[in-house]
Ligand binder design. Structure first.
Ligand SMILES: [Fe+2]
Length: 195
């Protein structure tokens, strides 16, 4: 067994017995005067958004790492801007969730289970395919965010609605930019052509 495998096994053994002080489904009354049940319901939706945006974050990061071709530099930097922006936004959502009185999902495996989007398979795909995968995921996130904005407004949680509106506008702008990158005269043809 390698040193890394041994360390990983030791850590897993160590945490096996450890019960958290607050279980993942723990919740408390919020300090901002929102009805408890509804705030916790909304917090559950926020958790799914931040989990899904973490998946999007990782997919953008992958594409930033592997992108090649004549527009390499522009795309490499653009994808970095995207994952930085989405990370900032998911961080704000997770923090809002704690205001509502719940605990955000945090470990990568649990986040992937909690997300309503799935990361593309491992491996390199043509850049147009990868950007299409990003666009599809952004579109799903936009649709789901709109649902939660409606729900937040219904229960009078204008703070969450305002936060999500700015997150939505960032996602819509990224989707719009991806759509432009995928325009007919955008990237070179050949390797990137769809079969
Ligand atoms: Fe980088």
């Amino acid at each position: 067994m390698s040193v890394l495998d041994q360390v990983s096994k030791d850590l897993k053994d160590r945490f096996k017995e450890e019960d958290p002080m607050r279980a993942p489904d723990w919740n408390e009354e919020n300090p901002i005067g929102l009805p408890h049940e509804q705030a916790i319901g909304l917090a559950g939706e926020l958790d799914r958004h931040q989990a899904s945006m973490f998946v999007m974050f990782h997919q953008y990061q992958k594409h930033h790492w592997v992108v090649e071709g004549p527009q390499f530099r522009d795309l490499h930097l653009y994808l970095e801007d995207s994952y930085n922006q989405i990370h900032k936004d998911l961080d704000a959502i997770a923090e809002r969730l704690t205001v509502l009185g719940a605990l955000p999902t945090a470990s990568p495996i649990a986040l992937a289970k909690q997300a309503y989007v799935a990361h593309e398979p491992e491996g390199y795909f043509p850049i147009r395919t990868m950007l299409r995968n990003d666009l599809k995921m952004e579109r799903t996130i936009c649709t789901m965010l709109r649902n939660t904005i409606g729900r937040a407004q219904e229960i009078g949680d204008y703070g969450t609605a305002t936060l999500l509106k700015s997150v939505l506008m960032n996602a819509e702008e990224r989707a719009h930019h991806l759509d432009h990158y995928l325009a007919e005269d955008g990237l070179r043809s050949g390797l990137s052509e769809e079969k």
